[in-house]
Structure formats: structure tokens, C-alpha cells
Design a protein around this ligand. Structure first.
Ligand SMILES: [Zn+2]
Length: 55
């Protein structure tokens, strides 16, 4: 589903599979979470574990 590799919004490191990431996002107002990955890609801001620990 991720066409573009998601990147950390702080250090711009590419998020690898199985990495622990923090996502800042608005909770969907639509019913159902079937398109959660697409939603995350559009609305989510990913923060890698390292940057999250720093801030
Ligand atoms: Zn980072």
C-alpha cells in the first residue's frame, strides 16, 4: 500500500518494515478502518523511535 516509502518527519530517515514508529494523526471521522494504511499515508506524520526519544 505504501507507494512512497514513509519517512520520519524529523530526520527524514526512511521507515523500514517492522521499525517501531510513532504516528501523529487525526483519528478518522469515517466509519471503518479498512483503508488505514492509505489514511496514514495521507494524514499521518511518522516519527522514528530515535527522534521520538530525543524530543
Ligand atoms: Zn527520525
Amino acid at each position: 500500500m505504501f507507494r512512497d516509502q514513509p519517512k520520519c518527519t524529523s530526520c527524514h530517515k526512511e521507515i523500514e518494515r517492522n521499525d517501531i514508529v510513532y504516528v501523529k494523526m487525526r483519528y478518522p471521522d469515517r466509519r471503518g478502518m479498512t483503508e488505514i494504511k492509505a489514511y496514514l499515508n495521507n494524514e499521518g506524520e511518522f516519527i522514528c523511535e530515535e527522534c521520538f526519544d530525543i524530543s
